[in-house]
Design a protein around this ligand. Structure first.
Ligand SMILES: [Zn+2]
Length: 347
């Protein structure tokens, strides 16, 4: 194994870090941390009610399509198909084969299924604050939905993600599942790099990274025998975290019951660490990366989760990816090592 010590200059001087999953760089600028901060620092610590009569996901309330949400909390978690999803199933073969090839432009029809999973009857709970058995039920519903959607011949990839207090129209605990007839270009790149690593070294890159990070400890936020949370060396968002399984898994289908409990512990810890650091409910977007359902990418160890909270100094002030970050490459001032230390509650 290579030297695990980071050179001191990485914490002091501006530099570029490489992400072996995407092949892209992130500009890390710790020298900028000395500049005067002129941003607002107002905290937004909203207290949500246990029941909101205007919330379509609270028990007994009506959803946009006029369906009623179950009155009995025992029917949670439940899922429903998003009627106005970004992709919908193909209505016939002609529609499913539509393609356009122009002089410079090309396009083809996109279809799939978008579902919503509502986690718990309590409006104010999160996956971190609801009873652990309820959170495990949510993961079991993700597994059930993944299995059923993967069985549809026209589905090639399934993305399970959660937007909390950020990019979500409802504050009630829920997440989305988008299953589509294509694999996104960014996930294809990651799969290609994982496959290349497997071919060259007969090992899975993410599991090698997980073992390395557990040994080094510097970027580890939490770990147990099955999963580790790290702030990746190449993290783009200031408090970005990855949950990586210690053994190679393709999707949620591969988890044992013990691993499911461990995964939800990790997921909860990631949320708690953010809330604890920021002193309130921290917004985040989190997603599960899983092998395509067409069989490509199996065996690469693609399954992992990423948390991307859009904050830096306060949960009341969002971090935006703008300017140079949109034009050239992501940039951050706080080093990932320092972010991990803060999320562990140190200092
Ligand atoms: Zn609600």
């Amino acid at each position: 194994m290579k030297d695990t010590r980071l050179p001191d200059w990485l914490q002091k001087y501006n530099h570029v870090r490489f992400n072996p999953l995407t092949g892209q760089n992130v500009l890390v600028s710790p020298a900028r941390l000395n500049r005067k901060w002129a941003g607002a620092s107002t905290e937004q610590c909203e207290r949500l009610p246990a029941f909101d009569p205007t919330c379509p996901f609270c028990p007994g309330n009506q959803r946009a399509n006029n369906d009623m949400t179950p009155k009995d909390g025992r029917f949670y978690p439940f899922y429903f198909i998003n009627d106005t999803g970004a992709v919908v199933p193909p209505s016939d073969e002609v529609l499913a084969s539509l393609q356009y090839e122009g002089a410079f432009h090309s396009a083809k029809i996109a279809f799939g299924i978008c579902e919503v999973v509502v986690h718990h009857h309590r409006h104010d709970f999160t996956l971190a604050t609801m009873p652990q058995e309820s959170a495990v039920s949510v993961v079991n519903m993700w597994i059930q939905r993944y299995r059923e959607l993967a069985d549809r011949a026209f589905i090639r990839s399934i993305n399970i993600f959660e937007n909390y207090l950020f990019g979500a129209s409802q504050k009630h605990p829920h997440n989305q599942i988008w299953a589509a007839n294509y694999i996104s270009p960014s996930q294809k790149v990651v799969l290609g790099n994982l496959q290349g690593y497997l071919d060259n070294r007969s090992a899975c890159m993410l599991q090698d990274i997980a073992a390395f990070e557990v040994e080094v400890k510097e970027r580890v936020v939490w770990s147990d025998d099955h999963f580790v949370i790290v702030v990746p060396f190449w993290a783009e968002w200031p408090f970005e975290m990855m949950i990586i399984p210690m053994r190679a898994l393709d999707s949620v289908l591969d988890m044992t019951e013990e691993e499911i409990v461990s995964f939800i512990k990790a997921y909860s810890f990631a949320i708690h660490s953010l809330n604890s650091h920021f002193g309130g409910n921290c917004p985040y977007t989190a997603g599960l990366y899983q092998a395509p359902t067409d069989g490509s990418g199996n065996g690469c160890g693609f399954f992992h989760a990423i948390f991307r909270p859009p904050v830096l100094r306060s949960i009341g002030v969002y971090k935006w990816m703008v300017g140079y970050e949109l034009m050239a490459s992501p940039q951050r001032d706080l080093t990932p090592e320092r972010a991990a230390s803060l999320l562990r509650g140190e200092d």
